[in-house]
Design a protein around this ligand. Structure first.
Ligand code: NDP
Length: 305
């Protein structure tokens, strides 16, 4: 599509753009972007541009940019991105839920998840999809050798990432999911979002995990407790059955109190970097219709430290 684009005319990807920059956007090569507010901390441009460079000459002229877009400008912003021919867009905080009301079409699984993080250009507008479920599924497989199919899963948290994970577990035909959360209200909202009570989904207060948890399961932290280096763990693993594999969606800091305790107890454990990479790889594969070099993405993250 664009191997003839001169790299001299490509805007630099390692800076943050705004919608005003887009109004004067003259670059005609295939463009991708992540939209968020704030966005300066995002590692997505590093990961995606590194992968594109490895994907062969047909992608040499592709670029992935970061745009700071306040949520009240998302609708008009997407119209502009479409006019400027952006092939694909990633959405991060605070746009993932808001986008449901402004995209042209939504994939049914993303609708169940209640959020979209990947937009794919179509003639009439963008199709919204969600690759977070794919990201967690592949992260568990690669890092903890754990399939969702037939598994018992314990999820801590009931926000957006937890909801996407519950839907992915159900789509993958898991055995049962236990969801523990601090606020009861958000647990009820999650159950409502699944269409009401579901025999496969059980809930519990985070402060009181039930005695009846399965003897062998995957425990996933989808709370934001652990993002600050001095945060306590959302759960005391010594009160859980011993045969646990533990995944923390948090990757910065790289070892949360939860992961430290899991390792001390001899439980297989991994942080959220792999989820970040696999959800990104899935987005890029949608946009390019090509195999994405996942190892290059991991290396780009390691190089960015
Ligand atoms: P949300 O804001 O939607 O949900 C936050 C969740 O954390 C809620 O369940 C909330 O519980 C809980 N929580 C917050 N503070 C506390 C606390 N002090 N004690 C107990 N529970 C608490 O966030 P997301 O679902 O979008 O993200 C959740 C986590 O997953 C974040 O850390 C995020 O960085 C990570 N993430 C990682 C990804 C990756 O690629 N690795 C992808 C997406 C998310 P309550 O309802 O009681 O407030």
């Amino acid at each position: 599509m664009s191997s003839s684009v001169s790299t001299a005319s490509i805007p630099p990807w390692n800076r943050v753009y705004r919608l005003q920059d887009l109004e004067n956007w003259t670059f005609k090569g295939p463009s991708l972007a992540v939209l968020g507010h704030p966005i300066a901390h995002s590692l997505s441009p590093q990961i995606h541009n590194a992968a594109l460079q490895q994907m062969g000459p047909q992608f040499a002229g592709w670029r992935y940019f970061a745009f700071d877009v306040p949520v009240e400008h998302l609708g008009e912003g997407l119209t502009l991105f479409h006019q400027k021919n952006f092939q694909g867009i990633n959405l991060t905080i605070p746009h993932k839920v808001e986008a449901l009301s402004v995209v042209a079409d939504i994939d049914p699984v993303a609708k169940k998840m209640g959020a979209v993080n990947t937009l794919i250009r179509q003639e009439q507008g963008y199709l919204g999809r969600n690759t977070d479920g794919f990201g967690i599924q592949n992260a568990l497989l690669e890092e903890l050798s754990s399939e969702l199919s037939g598994a018992d899963i314990i999820i801590l948290g009931a926000g957006g990432a937890a909801r996407a994970t519950v839907v992915q577990c159900l789509e993958s035909n898991c055995n049962k999911v236990w969801v523990g959360n601090r606020s009861e209200e958000r647990l009820s909202e999650l159950i409502q979002s699944l269409g009401g009570e579901n025999p496969k989904v059980l809930t519990f207060p985070l402060s009181a995990p039930p005695k009846s948890l399965p003897t062998s399961s995957i425990l996933i932290n989808a709370t934001s407790l652990g993002l600050r280096p001095d945060d306590p763990s959302p759960a005391d693993l010594s009160t859980f059955p011993r045969n646990l594999r533990v995944y923390d969606m948090i990757y910065n800091p790289p070892e949360t109190a939860l992961l430290a305790q899991a390792r001390k107890l001899g439980m297989p454990a991994a942080n959220g970097l792999s989820m970040l990479v696999y959800q990104a790889a899935k987005s890029l594969s949608y946009w390019t219709d090509s195999k994405v070099p996942v190892n290059t993405m991991f290396q780009a993250l390691a190089d960015s430290k």
